[in-house]
Design a protein around this ligand. Structure first.
Ligand code: AMP
Ligand code: ZN
Length: 152
């Protein structure tokens, strides 16, 4: 049998499809209406201006590894919108907060936390100075993995 001839047009179409697939995980920037702060380190991470080790991303949520892990698994889940802290959440954020909390167990397992009850994970949200908050963009620490941990 004669080998099938590859048409140039088919090749171009194939390349375009591959290109789109490869780009499907490229950061989707916050909606133009979403509040962001150009001086905020986590807003810069969401915008790709500061590199991070991404764990998850969708239209309104971003998750990435903590640069200073306390535990074998330690990542942060943040809303893309610049919400200062848990002291600043409003009823309009109800669904977003629910989605973040539903995501945490799934991502914890994906990142190597062992299943409940032997394994498990810890979710921490520091709020304000006395709450130990250093970065003022709402974030949920998710920590897990075999103990001992460095902290927490
Ligand atoms: P908190 O004390 O709850 O505000 O925690 C802020 C967390 O952000 C700390 O655990 C830091 O290690 C982490 N952090 C700060 N800068 C970065 C960064 N560029 N990439 C990843 N994690 C970061
Ligand atoms: Zn921010």
């Amino acid at each position: 049998m004669k080998p099938a001839k590859i048409k140039l047009a088919d090749l171009a179409r194939h390349r375009l499809a591959r290109h789109r697939e490869e780009r499907s995980d490229v950061a989707t920037y916050p909606k133009p209406t979403m509040h962001t702060d150009p001086n905020c380190i986590f807003c810069k991470i969401v915008a790709g201006k500061i590199p991070s080790k991404k764990v998850y991303e969708d239209e309104e949520i971003f998750a990435f590894h903590d640069i200073n892990p306390w535990a074998p698994v330690h990542f942060l889940i943040i809303p893309k919108a610049h919400i200062l802290s848990m002291a600043h959440v409003e009823p309009e954020h109800e669904a977003l907060l629910g989605r973040i909390l539903l995501l945490a167990p799934r991502l914890a397992l994906e990142q190597g936390a062992r299943p409940y009850p032997e394994g498990g994970f810890r979710i921490v949200t520091n709020t304000g100075a006395e709450g130990g908050q250093e970065v003022h963009h709402l974030h949920f620490h998710v920590m897990g993995g075999p103990r001992p941990w460095l902290r927490g």
